[in-house]
Design a protein around this ligand. Structure first.
Ligand SMILES: Nc1ncnc2c1ncn2[C@@H]1O[C@H](COP(=O)(O)OP(=O)(O)OP(=O)(O)O)[C@@H](O)[C@H]1O
Ligand SMILES: [Mg+2]
Length: 387
């Protein structure tokens, strides 16, 4: 027995220990999460856009470092960091032109559990693996994206490490909050539970700036990135309003179930109403693209299949062609606080391959939309017959 607050405090004090125990079970204490991927010569040549021979020649002449060898004397494979160094040496690292805008994507739906964070983290890794400079902004106080990158949000991340100081006007730019990750080319602005305070702090003194704070903050760092991905909270609050105004593209995950469909319709209606209010307060909102993504799709459920057909018929190309199917690999990855791109290949490599194909098709479609929005890339894509 105790007061309500005491009883809840007791529960909270237990969660800290649990979270730490969970982290220590996944990652040995004090260990730092790293990118374990090594890419073969074939994959590397593809990613760098140069032949095996050109890479070997560059190694011989010292333009790029000599290959790392394993104990057996064979090449260990290249890390993403080494691949990006090669791209820099060969001049093949892709980017937007300096005078083109970075694409700022909000993976938004006010509904919880629709795969916003799953899509945000996998998209961020996929796009940066292509060589683009990516910033992932965790705007959710539940901090799932932050957790994926190896942090225990309320232990490793303090409130001054999140967006909060910028929301409070204590910082002039967002540089203080940016941290590099083990995934080369991908930076993160982390979140923790305290970020929730921004909801009522922003609401306590509403002016037009209240809605444009995140947009202004991202503008202070956007020069350094090609793509910014925002993982928002599952609610229509002050932070989500900021996300809607900060973004210049929307990806809306929607599981094909009747409940989720109904709530996505109300999300779209609320979004439209919210945007009219925002436009009156702060100005026009232009999006480079708005795409629905069918997420958590289970093709074994015939009711879902029917709904998917209806949705695709009605929404046409406003729905991404690729669907993020329900996959055991995503469940395993999430249990291990990793992405599927970070899982070590297991014996069930067929399941894994299938899941990687699904993720790659979703992400490559979004990558194409991003590139289409940059005139310099759109021209290249047309020349290559892709557009
Ligand atoms: N395609 C999938 N297959 C299997 N599990 C999935 C899939 N997509 C998402 N999940 C799981 O569903 C849960 C919710 O996903 P996620 O956290 O990405 O949703 P969210 O929209 O960010 O949720 P929230 O609103 O709480 O922020 C997670 O446990 C995730 O691992
Ligand atoms: Mg989430």
């Amino acid at each position: 027995m105790g007061t309500g607050i005491e009883m809840i405090s007791d529960l909270i004090s237990r969660t800290g220990d649990l979270r730490r125990a969970f982290r220590d079970q996944k990652f040995s204490p004090d260990s730092i999460k790293t990118d374990i991927n090594r890419y073969s010569m074939k994959e590397t040549a593809n990613m760098v856009g140069r032949s095996h021979q050109a890479i070997r020649d560059a190694e011989k002449t010292g333009r790029i470092p000599a290959p790392e060898l394993g104990e057996n004397g064979r090449r260990k494979g290249f890390t993403l960091k080494q691949i990006n160094q090669m791209r820099d040496v060969f001049g093949t690292r892709p980017s937007r032109d300096k005078d083109e805008e970075p694409v700022i994507i909000a993976v938004q739906n006010f509904k919880g559990g629709v795969a916003k964070s799953t899509i945000s983290t996998h998209l961020a890794e996929y796009i940066s693996r292509s060589g683009y400079r990516v910033l992932l902004v965790d705007c959710d106080s539940q901090a799932s994206s932050t957790g994926t990158f190896g942090y225990v949000p309320d232990d490793d991340i303090k409130e001054e490490d999140t967006l909060l100081p910028f929301f409070r006007d204590e910082e002039e730019t967002l540089h203080y909050a940016i941290r590099t990750t083990y995934w080369d080319g991908l930076d993160l602005i982390p979140a923790n539970l305290h970020l929730y305070s921004a909801e009522y702090e922003l609401a306590s003194d509403v002016s037009s700036e209240t809605f444009s704070t995140l947009r202004d903050g991202i503008a202070t760092v956007a020069d350094d990135y090609d793509v910014v991905i925002i993982d928002p909270p599952p609610a229509l609050g002050m932070i989500s309003l900021n996300v809607i105004y900060a973004a210049n593209a929307l990806v809306i995950p929607m599981p094909p179930s009747m409940y989720d469909f109904a709530s996505t319709i109300s999300f779209l209606t609320m979004l439209q109403e919210t945007m009219s209010v925002l436009e009156r307060a702060v100005g026009t909102i232009d999006y480079k693209f708005v795409k629905l993504v069918l997420s958590r799709y289970d093709e074994n459920k015939s009711a879902q299949e029917e709904l998917v057909k209806l949705i695709e018929g009605e929404f046409g190309n406003a729905v991404l062609g690729a669907k993020l199917r329900e996959s055991a690999e995503i469940v395993t990855a999430s249990y291990n606080q990793r992405t599927v791109y970070e899982l070590e290949p297991t014996s069930s490599s067929k399941v894994r391959k299938r899941c990687l194909n699904i993720l790659d098709s979703v992400n490559s479609e979004i990558e194409l939309l991003i590139r289409e929005s940059w005139p310099s890339h759109a021209k290249k894509l047309r020349d290559e017959g892709i557009l």
